[in-house]
Design a protein around this ligand. Sequence first.
Ligand SMILES: *Cc1c(COP(=O)(O)O)cnc(C)c1O
Length: 354
Amino acid sequence: MTRFNPREQIREMSGYHSPQVDVPVRLNTNESPFAPPTDWVQSIGAIAQSIDWNRYPDRAAAELCEAIARRHGVNPNQVFVANGSNEVIQTILLAYGGAGRTVATFEPTYQMYAQIARVTGAEVVEGERRADLTLDPMEIERLVVRHSPAVTFLCNPNNPTGLVEPRENLEALLEVASGIVVVDEAYAEFADWSAMELVSEDKPIAVTRTFSKTLSMAALRVGYVVGPTWFINDLRIASLPYHLDAFKQAATIAALQYTAEMEQRVAIIKSERGRIESTMRDLGVHVWPSGSNFVLFRTTDADAKNVWASLLRQGVLVRDCSSWPRLEGCLRVTVGTEAENSAFLAALAVALAE
Ligand SMILES: *Cc1c(COP(=O)(O)O)cnc(C)c1O
């Protein structure tokens, strides 16, 4: 039987893989190491029972948008929610990308921008970071002026480098931008500044957030974007009807009561991050200063693949970035619980001595 061919963009792709291995210490996907607040977990049964399961959910997710708008001091019409911020990105690219349009990224950065942009038919143009993985504002200007992208992604803090983007870089981008500027703030709570305050009706800037990282709810699949009303209206048109199920809307509203508790956890992660960074530097490893809940590092004397395999043999899974373009020799570790981090650091010392 003949094999039916998918679209060219799909044929050229291998998909996004983050292999999960069953090990005691899993530090490869930047999730929170903590379970969500117990009170929220215990309220889930009652929330599920309160749903009118025979009815479609509120299509606009109005109450949820209001709750998120309150959190950021914006108008509910400036909020669009989807099933994870990846779906937010997809909806933005369905509305503003597509065939005949250009989408800009600054590499290395989160791989899903280029992946989803291509799947939805746009052409991707890649700006380059410096050798130390920081981004030169001149490069932003060069890329944007040359290609006039319909959408430009800036990830702050940047995944997989962990580096916080200087505010001047976003200002440089806004100065020359011809299309929408999307600032992905999946890790904003761990950083020292946010672009959220720049959102206004007359600027083409949109800021995305997720419940998957800081808020310990990766399994719930909720993310959102805050942007100008006209932009949010376009996303509502591009999204599927009833894309957010009723349970998710109610459970997410309930989860927003626990943001104070989540902030305490952020403080723990940041302090553990400092401990990981300094211990690794003492071990002679090159560490990029992180404003996030993960740390990118390069083992200068040992081969990264060997270090990764040795860590795995010792029951610690980190992300192997060493075959990714521009990240030769690099591994990325998510900040875990104190015990997990200690296990990782001890295993790393062994791996480096092998
Ligand atoms: C993890 C991550 C996301 C993910 O999002 P979901 O809300 O789980 O879809 C988005 N952007 C970046 C940079 C991430 O690292």
